[in-house]
Design a protein around this ligand. Structure first.
Ligand SMILES: [Mn+2]
Length: 349
């Protein structure tokens, strides 16, 4: 179905052939599995996957699978193709050179935006996978809340491994490198999880499972030990800002407006919120729609995240994030893990 739709689009835009590298998310989108080597070539009438002999051969209706053997591209040597579609967002300069050699008479056209448009609205099947990925992510968080008081987890890395093991043991993979940040580390939104030991204070988590290629993205904050009134106040301010944005989600509202609502709620702390409110999500953790696009609006079956944060340089940072989707009638939060202020008994070692 997706392939047919795309082939229709190619014909309409007078693209004779679209050329994708094996690691292009579009390949997953059309075939439904991942490969380590090969190319997917789609014409308005045919789809051929030239696949590395080291990869498992998929069975997919409408897709011919051929061996990626030396000289594989010879059959195109005398092609009359005029226009080759590429996905600029996922193509090396080296591969572009090779494409130009295979089709010396053709013009190369970037089709990344029509691909993004096609992938925007998720099918029922895609949404089911995202619901599953989000449920597994939430379950991992619940398990962590139970595990932490046992004091077996000593470092950020231990916490990340716990969450990832939980996910992998249940047939999930990891959507992106898990962020676990304690103390000052949490003031860096994209902190690289380290061997820093757990300590009293905020414990920031940002992670997600992936099920059959579809991602979840969730951030939660725990508090180890006893929080001050100020720390509690900040957490609730952030949670209220996230809730205000979540409560405004409805069909047609612009993503910019949601961003604005969260920042208004944060008041003077808005200046410590240094990234966009969220992003689209699907096969890629970050995909369309983009909050930076002033025309982007909430649309039916187009999942995205809402993740305000407050980062106090040199002190700490906190971020609460959910993956959600507008289903035509209401917004559905897919990451259902609790967001109340959770403290874990913790004494200095
Ligand atoms: Mn995110």
């Amino acid at each position: 179905m997706k392939l047919r739709q795309f082939q229709h689009l190619l014909a309409k835009n007078k693209i004779d052939l679209a050329f994708f590298s094996h690691d292009d998310p579009a390949v997953y989108y059309f075939i439904g599995s991942e490969f380590t080597g090969g190319y997917l070539l789609i014409t308005p009438h045919q789809a051929i996957l030239f696949l590395s002999p080291l990869d498992h051969k998929p069975k997919k209706q409408g897709v011919i699978v051929r061996n990626l053997a030396p000289g594989w591209s010879a059959k195109y040597a005398n092609s009359t193709f005029q226009s080759i579609g590429i996905n600029k967002a996922n193509l090396t300069v080296e591969l572009l050179d090779r494409i130009k050699k295979i089709f010396p008479r053709a013009k190369v056209k970037d089709i990344s935006s029509s691909l993004e448009q096609l992938r925007l609205k998720k099918t029922k099947t895609e949404l089911v996978l995202m619901v599953k990925a989000c449920a597994l992510t939430s379950a991992a968080f619940q398990a962590l809340i139970k595990e932490l008081p046992q004091k077996r987890l000593k470092t950020e890395q231990d916490v990340a491994l716990f969450l990832e093991a939980f996910i992998r043991q249940r047939r999930g993979t990891i959507a992106f490198p898990t962020i676990v940040a304690v103390g000052k580390n949490s003031a860096i939104p994209h902190h690289l999880t380290s061997t820093t030991r757990l300590r009293c204070g905020f414990l920031q988590l940002d992670f997600g499972a992936r099920i059959n290629g579809y991602c979840a993205d969730m951030s939660r904050v725990l508090f180890l030990g006893k929080p001050t009134t100020e720390e509690k106040r900040l957490y609730h301010l952030l949670a209220d800002a996230q809730q205000a944005a979540l409560d405004t989600v409805k069909s047609g509202i612009s993503l910019k407006e949601l961003d604005h609502i969260a920042r208004m709620k944060l008041g003077k702390y808005a200046s410590y919120f240094n990234h966009a409110l969220g992003h689209g999500i699907g096969i890629e953790v970050h995909e369309q729609p983009a909050f930076s696009d002033s025309h982007a609006v909430v649309m039916k079956d187009v999942p995205f995240t809402i993740e305000p944060g407050i980062y106090l340089p040199g002190k700490f940072g906190i971020r609460i994030e959910d993956t959600l989707v507008w289903n035509g009638k209401k917004r559905e939060i897919l990451t259902k893990a609790p967001k109340n202020f959770i403290t874990i008994p913790f004494s200095r070692a």
